[in-house]
Ligand binder design. Structure first.
Ligand code: ACO
Length: 329
């Protein structure tokens, strides 16, 4: 159902650290090649944050741009949600650190963890909180320093990811693209498909867990690939059904930027021309929760989306989680 007063994106911003590492450079560090990465994933390069840059620093840069773009006063923001799986620290929430850096009021702040679906989950949550009438203007951020949890000795994962942040200021008052509907889901039956086992209450950090490299991201790439295509197709179809719409009425699909082959398979299954998909994963790799806002922000700066056109944002991630959002630009 379309909300009576849709939440609107008043402004957006994104940030990628300037240090970009291409496949050839990466192949000096791990046993891989430009040819393997390019043909299996479509990724050509990714940006890596400095050692002293944390996720909240990336989130700060994206948020400053989003607040400026939205043309709101910082004191108008009364809710901050940061979607991330690479928080500055286990607690306090990166959203609290970001609030302070931005000089916002003492407003509600929390982190949301839904991996690569996190930004779209956060939009859904923000929409509900705005609909309650208890909040009026939210800063929603997807930010990741994936390089901080990658095993740089594991060529099956470290070549895939990059660091970035994307942010949106959303409200039910004002002008901008409308969020028309949301479809979130999850299947927690097999966390080992994609996880970081060490450092939580199940496996607190010890010298042994560090030696066993348990504090890095681990992934069953093949299974994730298959699930990703299946769950994203289902989320899109369920979302459209809910709104009595079909794919012909959709002008753009902005998918999670994980792998060009996943995007191609999704396009085939949805029977949508690949030209309708916006992709920038060649430049940035998989930036997890930052991937979708970074793609929307880049697409709109390149004037790819025209006012009135309909878009679907769709993502999947560790959990497994998935989420699709319907937007009218
Ligand atoms: N360079 C060179 N060779 C490699 C590399 C590499 N970087 N990585 C793996 N290989 C080798 C493997 O060792 C294997 O060799 P073998 O046949 O001798 O054993 C061979 O390449 C094939 O490996 P596969 O894993 O079968 O390769 P596949 O075609 O499945 O591609 C990939 C792997 C790219 C990871 C793919 O499975 C994929 O994209 N999966 C989805 C991953 C994803 O999207 N993750 C993000 C989830 S989002 C989130 O929440 C963080």
């Amino acid at each position: 159902m379309i909300p009576l007063i849709p939440t609107r994106i008043l402004g957006m911003g994104s940030f990628v650290p300037p240090n970009c590492v291409d496949n050839t450079e990466l192949s000096k560090r791990v046993d891989t090649s430009d040819e393997w990465i390019r043909t299996r994933t479509g990724i050509l390069e990714r940006c890596i944050a400095e050692d002293d840059q944390a996720t909240s620093d990336l989130a700060f840069e994206a948020s400053v741009s989003a607040i400026r773009d939205a043309d709101v006063r910082p004191e108008e923001i009364d809710l901050v949600i940061v979607a991330t799986i690479t928080p500055d620290m286990a607690f306090p929430a990166t959203a609290c650190l970001l609030q302070h850096k931005l000089g916002l009021g003492k407003v509600a702040c929390f982190d949301l963890e839904a991996a690569c679906s996190g930004f779209l989950y956060a939009l859904d949550v923000a929409d509900g909180m705005l609909a309650s009438g208890r909040y009026s203007c939210a800063l929603v951020v997807g930010a990741e320093k994936m390089s901080s949890i990658l095993d740089w000795e594991d060529r099956t994962t470290c070549v895939l990811f990059g660091d970035a942040a994307g942010a949106a200021v959303v409200s039910k008052k004002g002008k901008g693209p409308e969020l028309l509907g949301f479809q979130c889901g999850a299947d927690g039956s097999d966390p080992s498909l994609l996880h970081k086992p060490g450092g939580g209450s199940r496996m607190p950090a010890t010298s042994e867990t560090i030696l066993k490299r348990e504090h890095f991201l681990k992934m069953n790439g093949r299974e994730i690939f298959k699930s990703a295509v299946r769950v994203m197709e289902r989320a899109v179809r369920e979302l459209l059904d809910k709104h009595s719409m079909n794919m012909k009425e959709v002008d753009h699909v902005i998918p999670h930027q994980a792998n060009a082959r996943i995007v191609e398979s999704l396009a085939q299954r949805l029977e949508v021309p690949i030209e309708k998909f916006f992709c920038n994963l060649d430049k940035y790799g998989n930036t997890s929760a930052a991937s979708v806002p970074l793609a929307i922000d880049q697409g709109r700066k390149e004037k790819k989306f025209t006012t009135g056109e309909v878009g679907i944002l769709v993502a999947f991630g560790a959990g497994l989680t998935w989420s699709a959002t319907l937007v009218r630009f």
